[in-house]
Design a protein around this ligand. Structure first.
Ligand SMILES: *[C@@H]1O[C@H](CO)[C@@H](O)[C@H](O)[C@H]1NC(C)=O
Ligand SMILES: *[C@@H]1O[C@H](CO)[C@@H](O)[C@H](O)[C@H]1NC(C)=O
Length: 314
């Protein structure tokens, strides 16, 4: 599904651009036969180059819109962009009050403060400093205990035993729980759901990404994907950003990929971005080109059998 959509979008694009380039060539060739040779030819080449550039850049800006930039503050209400729900949900049992009946994407900067984001980022820094992937992308999952280490993962609760209590405090777990609850509330309000019928689901993890090249598939975070296809239990996906696009890192924007254009969300510390998890929200993350990007993924399911409890020390 994802691949077909992408190929269509790409095909449409390149033929448009090809047509425009051909038109440019025709213009240029027609002119060479006329009088004034040198100067006119030169001018026309300049015009052609400019036109091609203008077409390309206008095509670009037509198809990539910024849903929310880093510098904006979206408060008090979330910015919501509605999209029709895909049929993905029909392959699963319906849970009235939770299964998406409205779909879309939303961003809010008023659910988690920048101070809270900083506390969570320090927690991510401490936890991920214990190990980390050899490639540029590492995760720490406080629920399962999974932490990237080299080309694999270890379980921090087993590997570090009681020493993990020096790194992750009960206050950290409490903050995670508070933030998770507030996110659940804003998702329920935005998509008109009963929040008591939504359950945290796995995986839920901190991510740290920098520009080091990938060493294994686990490091390849940039591929377009659909969360409901990747993780069948997901109904609502949420990302909480812990660092700022532009000053903490470059690249690394979140991109919703639609047939007729893309829409980006620029990370900002404390920013919460959430969306229905079906193929109406095919997305990818751009490669990080400089600096380090921290975020937390918190996702919800409507199926109580796939619900998990908040992370806690074992
Ligand atoms: C990315 O992070 C890892 C782990 O901290 C570090 O070893 C590596 O040098 C970093 N890469 C860049 C390009 O900063
Ligand atoms: C959306 O972005 C992808 C890369 O992220 C690009 O390949 C594709 O052409 C873009 N689609 C449109 C319609 O602009």
């Amino acid at each position: 599904m994802a691949l077909v959509r992408m190929r269509n979008a790409k095909g449409g694009n390149s033929t448009e651009i090809e047509k425009k380039i051909k038109r440019g060539h025709a213009l240029r060739q027609g002119s060479v036969w006329r009088g004034y040779r040198g100067l006119v030819a030169l001018l026309l080449v300049a015009v052609c180059v400019c036109r091609t550039w203008w077409y390309m850049s206008s095509v670009d800006s037509d198809i990539t819109a910024t849903l929310v930039s880093q510098g904006e503050l979206v408060s008090p209400l979330p910015r919501v962009y509605t999209v029709p729900c895909s049929e993905d949900y029909e392959n699963y049992k319906r849970y009235p009050g939770c299964t998406p009946h409205r779909c879309g994407r939303a961003v809010t900067d008023s659910v988690v403060s920048r101070e809270e984001a900083q506390v969570l980022r320090r927690l991510a820094e401490r936890g991920l400093a214990l190990a980390g992937s050899e490639g540029g992308a590492s995760i720490l999952d406080l629920h399962s205990g999974a932490l990237s280490m080299g080309k694999q993962f270890v379980n921090i609760y087993r590997y570090f035993g009681d020493q993990i209590r020096d790194v992750i405090t009960p206050e950290d777990f409490q903050l995670y729980r508070d933030v998770r609850e507030r996110i659940q509330t804003v998702i329920a309000e935005t998509f008109d759901l009963d929040q008591t019928l939504m359950y945290l689901t796995k995986p839920t993890f901190f991510s740290r990404i920098n520009s080091t090249a990938a060493k294994t598939q686990h490091d390849e975070y940039w591929h377009p994907h659909i969360d409901k296809v990747t993780y069948g239990s997901f109904d609502y996906t949420c990302l909480l950003y812990l660092s700022d696009y532009g000053s903490d890192f470059t690249g690394g924007r979140f991109v919703f990929m639609d047939q007729n254009g893309n829409q980006t969300v620029e990370p900002r510390a404390g920013r919460v971005s959430f969306f229905s998890s079906g193929s109406e929200n095919l997305h990818r993350v751009e490669k990080v080109t400089w600096g380090t990007r921290y975020a937390i993924t918190v996702s919800f399911t409507c199926d109580p059998a796939h619900g998990i409890s908040d992370p806690a020390l074992p």
